[in-house]
Design a protein around this ligand. Structure first.
Ligand code: NAD
Ligand code: UGA
Length: 430
């Protein structure tokens, strides 16, 4: 089928590429001209495992192309996906101006029947507003359908998540777009759920909030483990072996961050409030999650005694492993707080260093060799769970530090191994 994706960021670019790989002809659109030029020149603006090869292949096969023109995309495709940002406003509610803008732009150039699919994460009832907006701005008599197709990919495993999804949710207001939507996703051989528009939109916010709740729950359990000399990893294994609970998203650490959970949790709270439902449960989750970095710093302070002028090495800046995304990264927040308390900070991240530069305070050094962060350091912080950090020569690291001390915020390393190497080793809930 002929498809286009408006917005070529983490979601749009990966979705467009995987749909091209599935055999469709896809035009990816972005209003950032520089980004489009980069993509046309074969340079990929984000790091996502497996993405670059897929883009190259599908561009060569002429199934994938890039443009800044929404008109060109709308004229040449049967189905148009919207994957633009839905950032939080100051009060936590969703800024829908990007979605509205794109809906208007599509409407103004709509030549005939098209299916317009919202893939951005939006509040329930946005589909109704998009429908109304397109109706207002399109030529009289032009027919169209608006579909909600929320995306569940995770950064760092986006290609795999897209190609092998647990389910594909398609929310519709009529039967007309269903066959085309099923045909688009048929090559993925995944369960397809057809719902009404509002339910599809709600599934996305409800799912993200539930996952954030699950992470927060285990972080509180970790605090109880610390106070009772229990081991949160063992507790999570024991809980997670119950099929009704599941092991996923029970990793205690520094709390959830990134461009999605924090914004989607506060959005869901506001959405519920506006509909007259007090979602105090999620307000509590927000509050607890915000307090986790401080809990970690408190332990660090009690070990360092004085933070000022201490040399701190930090492994990891990205909000999670396997991505270069540093938006709302707890690792960045930790770094900022330690610098504010007078620490001298040197950081490393396999992919996120460049993007982190503009978010970190002046004076923070970013090095390209992980061993350098440890040299002469009073403490080494593990802030992102990059698997390659596990494989470092920890004996060499121990010998290069001023005081061999590790604060592992992600429970990445083996406590017994670290202690036997002679480190003072502190992790979360174990
Ligand atoms: P992003 O910032 O990485 O990408 C958005 C892209 O849209 C940018 O390249 C931007 O230049 C472009 N854009 C903005 N306005 C435009 C316009 N008028 N015309 C054309 N292009 C425009 O954002 P993202 O992370 O891909 O998120 C997009 C949406 O998907 C959000 O609603 C987000 O909540 C949701 N989502 C994100 C993820 C994720 O892991 N990042 C996963 C699922 C859902
Ligand atoms: C998340 C969801 O997992 C995706 O399904 C969803 O599509 C996406 O948000 C979105 O809506 O944008 P993502 O933010 O890419 O994906 O990454 P996650 O793997 O969910 O991690 C989010 C945060 O939670 C990270 O800070 C991570 O370190 C933390 N986390 C995750 C934990 O602290 N413990 C865990 O067990 C899992």
């Amino acid at each position: 089928m002929k498809l286009s994706i408006i917005g070529s960021g983490y979601v749009g670019l990966v979705t467009g590429t995987c749909l091209a790989e599935a055999g469709h002809t896809v035009i990816c659109v972005d209003n950032n001209q520089a980004k489009v030029k980069e993509l046309q020149a074969g340079r990929i603006p984000i790091y996502e495992p497996g993405l670059e090869d897929l883009i190259r292949r599908n561009v060569q096969l002429k199934r994938l192309s890039f443009t800044a023109s929404i008109k060109e995309a709308v004229e040449n495709s049967e189905v148009i996906f919207i994957a633009v940002p839905t950032p939080p406003q100051e009060d936590g509610s969703v800024d829908l101006s990007y979605v509205e803008h794109v809906a208007r732009e599509i409407a103004e150039v709509l030549p005939g029947y098209r299916i317009i699919v919202d893939k951005s994460t939006v509040p329930v009832k946005t589909g109704e507003h998009v429908t109304e907006t397109i109706r207002r701005y399109c030529r009289k008599g032009v027919e169209f359908d608006v579909v909600s197709n929320p995306e569940f990919l995770r950064e760092g495993s986006a290609v795999a998540d897209l190609q092998k999804p647990d389910r594909i949710v398609i929310g519709v207001a009529s039967d007309r777009p269903v066959a085309a939507m099923k045909a688009i996703y048929e090559p993925f051989k995944a369960p397809i759920m057809i719902t009404d528009l509002n339910s599809a939109e709600l599934i996305k916010h409800a799912a993200n909030s539930f996952l954030a709740l699950k992470i927060t729950y285990i972080n509180l359990v970790a605090a109880v483990c610390e106070a009772s000399q229990a081991n949160v990893t063992q507790v999570a294994e024991g809980m997670g072996s119950d099929a009704r609970i599941g092991r996923a998203f029970l990793n205690a650490g520094l709390g959830y961050g990134g461009s999605c959970f924090p914004k989607d949790v506060s959005a869901f709270i506001r959405i519920a409030e506006e509909l007259g439902v007090d979602f105090g449960l999620m307000r509590e989750v927000e509050k607890i999650n915000a307090s986790i970095p401080e809990r970690f710093l408190k332990k660090l302070r009690s070990s360092l005694w004085v933070m000022k002028d201490k040399k701190v090495g930090q492994l990891g800046l990205a909000f999670k492993a396997n991505t270069d995304d540093v938006r709302s990264s707890v690792a960045i927040e930790l770094a900022k707080r330690m610098v504010a308390e007078g620490a001298i900070l040197r950081c490393h991240d396999p992919k996120g260093g460049e993007k982190a530069r503009e978010l970190l305070p002046q004076g923070v050094e970013i090095v390209s060799d992980a061993y350098q962060v440890a040299e002469g350091a009073d403490v080494l912080i593990v802030a992102t769970e990059w698997p390659e950090y596990r494989l470092l020569d920890w004996h060499k690291i121990k010998n290069s530090m001023r005081t061999p001390r590790i604060f592992d915020g992600r429970n990445l390393l083996n406590p017994a191994e670290m202690k036997s190497l002679g480190f003072e080793y502190t992790s979360v809930g174990r």
